[in-house]
Write a protein of this length. Structure first.
Length: 305
């Protein structure tokens, strides 16, 4: 096995956490995969993988080497694609990071359509509960909600999702139903914060034609979207979030919308990717495809760059 094939094999083993699954995906014998990694480790003079009877995981050196390999192989794929004029039939590994709700609710239910259209692209989707470093971690693009503040990345607006403020019937029975944002001083909210730190997100309302932030009191703070919704269902306070996330709860009556006449501007969803002189064909066609999914779900929006 040549050096480049060994690098491809190594990255696949790290991602699959298995020699056997990686060997099967690359259609090589497991013994060949084992021998190739031993040769690679001998060439580098360090152990890259920790092996046990049930698990394979990278060593600290292996983790650092993996991140470099992902970046190098991605650059090589892009270079080959540009020389082959492969925009109509792109190939290679596409690494995407997105929130789990977007993965399970929007992208994954339709992902086979993408595969059928582009059978030479393998996809790795991560759903990290943190801000990833796209360049350092070799991620081709990320889908993020909220305001984008990283000027080092190219941003493409995918959608603006309507938001809803809501609470459980039990909470509203105890605290009353607010009719105006000015009444929220006597209410409780489930606080939500980003895992990267900082203060809890304020609620936003349009009052007299102007967008205003309202800070609410609350005794419970979470940083995971599903925890946010479960807390509201169980009467812990008001929440404000994209409507699609709680559509079933609103229909079933587990959550009740309030202050509908003061809704904010919506929750922006943006695709982010590193600055490059030439965007990889596989990234470009994925962004076009996923942009269509969001347009079908939430209506057209102006793209931003």
């Amino acid at each position: 096995m040549d050096h480049l094939d060994a690098l491809h094999l190594f990255t696949r083993i790290v991602e699959q956490r298995s020699f056997g699954r990686a060997a099967d995906q690359l259609d090589i014998p497991r013994a060949t995969a084992t021998h190739a990694i031993k040769q690679l480790e001998a060439r580098l003079g360090t152990r890259l993988l920790e092996r046990s009877t049930r698990h394979v995981r990278p060593t600290p050196d292996g983790e650092a080497f993996y991140e470099r390999c992902v970046h190098v192989l991605s650059e090589l794929d892009d270079a080959e694609a540009s020389l082959r004029h492969a925009a109509s039939n792109p190939r290679g590994i596409l690494r995407v990071d997105m929130h789990g709700t977007h993965a399970t609710g929007i992208v994954l239910p339709r992902i086979r359509e993408f595969r059928e259209r582009y059978p030479n692209i393998d996809i790795v989707i991560s759903s990290e509960d943190r801000l990833v470093d796209l360049v350092r971690e070799g991620i081709d693009c990320a889908i993020r909600g909220g305001t984008v503040r990283d000027s080092s990345l190219v941003a493409r607006r995918l959608a603006v999702i309507p938001e809803v403020t809501c609470a459980s019937p039990d909470y509203l029975a105890r605290f009353g139903t607010p009719r105006h944002p000015s009444e929220l001083a006597s209410h409780q909210a489930v606080q939500f914060f980003n895992s990267s730190g900082g203060r809890a997100y304020p609620f936003e309302f349009t009052i007299d034609g102007k967008l205003r932030e309202v800070e609410l009191k609350g005794w419970l703070t979470v940083n995971y979207a599903e925890s946010y919704v479960v807390a509201a269902r169980n009467g812990c306070g008001l929440i404000q979030l994209p409507r699609y996330h709680v559509e079933d709860d609103l229909r079933s009556g587990h959550l009740i919308e309030v202050l509908a006449d003061f809704s904010g501007p919506g929750f922006p969803i943006t695709a982010l990717y590193p600055h490059r002189r030439q965007l990889s064909p596989r990234v470009r066609i994925f962004l076009d495809w996923v942009g269509q999914l969001y347009e079908e779900a939430f209506g057209p929006t102006q793209a931003s760059t």
